[in-house]
Design a binder for this molecule. Sequence first.
Ligand code: SAH
Ligand code: SF4
Ligand code: F3S
Length: 460
Amino acid sequence: MTEKPAKRLFIKTYGCQMNVYDSARMTDVLAPLGYAPASSAADADMVILNTCHIREKASEKVFSDLGRVRAFKTARAAHGKDMIIAVAGCVAQAEGAEIMARAPFVDIVLGPQTYHRLPEMVARAARTRDGKGSGILDTEFPAEPKFDFLPAPRADGPAAFLSIQEGCDKFCTFCVVPYTRGAEYSRPPSDVLREARGLVAGGVREITLLGQNVNAYHGAGEDGETWGLGRLARALADIEGLVRIRYTTSHPRDMDDDLMAAHRDVVALMPFLHLPVQSGSDKILEAMNRGHTADDYRRIIETLRRYRPDMALASDFIVGYPGESDRDFEDTLALVREIGFVQAYSFKYSPRPGTPAAALKTQVPEDVKDARLYELQAILDAQLRAFNVACVGRSFDVLLTHPGRHPGQLVGRSPYLQAVHVMADPKHIGTVACLTVVSCEPYSLGAVWADAAKDAVKTA
Ligand code: SAH
Ligand code: SF4
Ligand code: F3S
C-alpha cells in the first residue's frame, strides 16, 4: 500500500497570545487527519486565518488577506488541486454571517470556542463545498468546554504557552472580547497541572499561563476549593524541571493579596508583569468601566514592589477614549512617568460595533488621537530604552530558547522578558545561563557568559 501524501496546512495568526495558543491547538487537532504545516499559503491544502477583532484595522486586514488567499485557491484549482479556506477566531465569532456573505469562497467559519470540532467541519466541507456560499458556520458557545476534547499539546522548545482561563465578564465599554470569547471560564487546576507536567516532560522550562483575564482564574479544585492564580502558581512551581512561570494578561481588579504574595514566595514567578491600566485619569477609567482608580493601580504596584523589588511593569494604553480631555491625557502621562513602565502597547481608541463607547457623541478627533499617541509612545519608548541601558553590566539568568540569526548565536529571555543574544553552543538551548549584559540594541540585549564578562565589559 502506498502512503497517502501529507496534506499541507497554513495558519495565519492575528491578535493576542490566546490566538497563538489556539493556532497551535488547531494544528494539533488536524494532525490526525494528515495535515502537516506548510511554509506558505500558496501551496497549502488548507488555509486558516485565525483572526482578531479588537481594533478596526485588525478586522479589516482579514478581508484583504482573504482576497489574496482566494487568488491562491483559484491558481490551485487551475491545476486540479483543492484548497479549504477557514476563518477562525474573534472576527469569525463577531462577523461570521458577514464573512459567509462577503466571501462565499470561504468553506468554514468557526469561533474560538468550537475548534475542537474542526475535524468534523473539514470532513463536511470536503463533502458539501460548492464555493457558492453553502459553507459551514459554527460560532456557538458550546456547553462542553473545548479543552476536554483537545489532544494534549506537545512541547515545542523550552518555552510554552498554557491557556488556563478564557473569556471575560468585565465588559469594559470599549472592548469586544466579552462578545467574541464569551463568559469567563477557568480550567480545573488538575487539568492545568497535567498539561504542565506533560510539557515539562517534553523539555519545557518556562510556562506562560494565558487568559484574557488570567488573574481572574478561579479553577474548581478536586479538594472542593476554588483555586486562585496564586495557589495555582505555587502548585506549578512544585513541578520538577519547571523553572519559570509567567502569566498574561492580568487585570488590576483581580490582583489579589495571595497572588501578589506569590511574587515574594515563588522563585519561579518571573519579576515582570503585564498589567494594563489603559488610562491614568479616574474620569476615563470610570467611563471605561474598568472598576479601579489610578490610585488603586499605584497601590498594587507599591505592594508588588515591596514583595519583589525588581518587579518590572508593562501595560496597555488607550488614547482618545470618548471624552478624554488634555487634562485626562496629562494624568496618563503622569502615571506613566511615575510607574516607569519598561514595556507597553498603546493604541488609539477604535470604536467597535456593538460596544457602548462606540455610540458616545464625545468621540475625540483623529488628529488629536494621533498627537497623543505620538507623545505617549515617545515617553514609553524612552523608558524602555533607559531600562535596557541600565541592564548593561548587570548579570542575570537567561533561559536560552533558540538559535539566533547569526551563526553560533543563541537567543533567550531575561527575567524581564527582554530578548538576549549570546554566542554559545546550541547544546545550551533549554538551559538557564547566568549571563552578563554587555550591549543593548533598541529591542534586545547582547550578553556574554558571566565568567567571561569582566574582559568583555572592559573592551566593549
Ligand atoms: N483583558 C485585558 C486586555 C485585552 S484586549 C485587559 O483588561 O487589560 C488588549 C488591549 O487592546 C487592551 O488592553 C486595550 O488597550 C486594547 N483595546 C481593546 N479594545 C480597544 C479599542 N476598542 N480601541 C483601542 N484599543 C483597544
Ligand atoms: Fe476587554 Fe476589559 Fe475584558 Fe480586558 S477586562 S478583555 S479590556 S472587557
Ligand atoms: Fe483579538 Fe480576540 Fe485576542 S479580539 S486580542 S484575538 S481575544
